[in-house]
Design a binder for this molecule. Structure first.
Ligand SMILES: Cc1cc2nc3c(=O)[nH]c(=O)nc-3n(C[C@H](O)[C@H](O)[C@H](O)COP(=O)(O)OP(=O)(O)OC[C@H]3O[C@@H](n4cnc5c(N)ncnc54)[C@H](O)[C@@H]3O)c2cc1C
Length: 435
């Protein structure tokens, strides 16, 4: 058996480990067009803040490829899939045959076509090369465009380096895809309190400057700056798949089945590049987060070896707390209208509780949680992902879930009652960690 894996990050490494847990010998070629192997993208904001050195970004040891008997092709880009020959063509001039192929190509940072976008000192933050470029940008004032998780974290990274920051968001709130307005208003206060200037409801229309960027224009403001970071989103990197005629889903990711196989037999996809079934939304979706990439990689790897493994569905989870030093997390959907309705019998309910510094919201569909937001107090909320994934009826436990301090003893009856629908490792983990 010959395995080829395109991409060398969360999904790819997880797939390698799954394959090797069963098949200790077969040839595995892994390709990454980035020059730095095995770094965690999640930690890049700490690197850009000069708080972590490069070796500390690694999520596997440097001898990982040797230890697992892998042939790495670092800095090599796969350019084409030749389906009829079951081979890939790489930019090192060689062709590599496969029996099973995994596309774990992640996403590409979106670069909007704003006039002046080609000027110096403008970067996205997706790759290690981006991070190094940002570290080399000199100046006292940055503008960050886009207030999603990466934009907010990058703003704090600049602040921690003593660089003044304006965070610009075209919609009316921070973190628009992962928190609702009320939660975002609390987080905005925290972020502004740290020293970030936040402008919402305005979009960048031009980058000023000769050669190097010196400002960002909106319809209402001219914001002076020495550098710009664009964080307006990530799009699944489907070029290879598209060129090979592999089916792309309605959300723009590679369409996969529950075993992570694409529309072409023997070709699998995992991670930010693919669409999988989202339990809360009740439809296929691209949930571009690290833990999903790891789980999808694991399932794809097992199926590539021939062990039938079913993906249990994805659930989005975002936590901004660590980086801003204030607890805030959300899971599943943030509004009922993000769910695809099953029939007219569906009944949605939003239960909210707000104090000065805390906010909790649980969204129910027929008494099962499909989304939750916890701001100011996030301890022991780990169980929410499992309650969503297993669609547990929580009607009688709402007071416990909304109580001031989520208490393990309050939740225990839910676990006991539904122990049979949690997998054994899940149940054990929940019990061991006390949630
Ligand atoms: C700054 C930042 C912060 C983040 N923070 C968080 C967080 O706090 N929590 C969280 O859950 N998620 C976070 N994420 C998202 C998380 O990093 C991704 O979900 C995860 O990395 C996806 O893993 P992946 O393996 O699918 O793809 P990626 O990590 O995107 O890796 C894909 C790799 O494949 C390479 N590649 C693509 N095409 C080819 C080709 N043709 N040939 C060879 N190589 C190719 C790419 O260059 C890349 O190295 C963050 C992302 C960023 C950028």
């Amino acid at each position: 058996m010959k395995y080829v894996i395109v991409g060398g990050s969360a999904a790819a490494i997880s797939a390698i480990e799954a394959i090797r847990s069963i098949d200790k010998r077969s040839q595995i070629d892994v390709f990454s067009d980035e020059n730095t192997p095995l770094f965690s993208r999640v930690l890049l904001p700490y690197y850009v803040a000069e708080e972590l050195s490069k070796p500390l970004l690694n999520f596997r040891s440097a001898d990982f490829f040797d230890e697992f008997g892998i042939t790495p092709h670092i800095g090599v880009r796969v350019e084409e899939i030749i389906k009829e020959d079951k081979a890939v063509k790489a930019d090192d001039g060689n062709t590599y045959a496969y029996d099973k192929l995994l596309l774990a190509t992640g996403g590409n940072a979106i670069v909007p076509k704003i006039p002046g976008v080609e000027k110096e000192n403008i970067s996205t933050l997706k790759t290690m090369a981006d991070a190094e470029k940002i570290l080399n940008m000199q100046g006292k004032k940055a503008v960050v465009i886009g207030a999603g998780s990466i934009g907010v974290e990058a703003s704090i990274s600049f602040l921690r380096r003593g660089i003044k920051v304006t965070l610009l968001e075209q919609l009316g709130q921070l973190l628009p895809t992962v928190f609702d307005e009320e939660a975002a208003s609390i987080i905005r206060e925290v972020v502004e309190g740290m020293g970030v200037e936040v402008i919402t409801g305005e979009r960048a229309v031009e980058f000023k400057g000769n050669g190097q960027v010196t400002g960002v224009a909106t319809r209402a403001h001219d914001i002076d700056c020495d550098m710009v970071l664009m964080a307006v989103g990530v799009r699944p990197a489907v070029e290879l798949a598209e060129k090979a005629g592999i089916e792309i889903g309605s959300m723009g990711g590679i369409k996969t089945d529950s075993q992570l196989q694409t529309s072409t037999p023997n070709i699998y996809a995992a991670g930010d590049v693919c669409e999988t079934f989202d339990v809360a939304r009740n439809t296929h979706f691209v949930n571009a987060i690290w833990p999903m990439a790891v789980e999808e990689g694991r399932i794809a790897g097992l199926n590539m070896v021939g062990n039938k493994a079913e993906f249990q569905g994805s659930v989005r989870m975002n936590s901004i707390g660590n980086f801003i030093g204030f607890p805030a997390m959300s899971v599943g959907v943030t509004h009922p209208d993000e769910c695809s309705y099953v029939d007219e019998e569906c009944h949605f309910e939003e239960i909210k509780h707000r104090t000065k510094n805390t906010y909790k919201k649980i969204i129910l569909k027929n008494d099962c949680i499909v989304g939750a937001i916890f701001v100011g107090q996030t301890q022991k909320t780990g169980i929410l992902t499992n309650l969503i994934r297993r669609q547990v009826n929580v009607a009688e436990f709402i007071p416990a879930l909304m109580s001031k301090e989520l208490n393990f003893l309050d939740i225990l009856p839910i676990l006991r009652h539904h122990g049979d629908i949690f997998t054994e490792p899940e149940f054990k983990e929940l019990m061991d960690t006390g949630l």
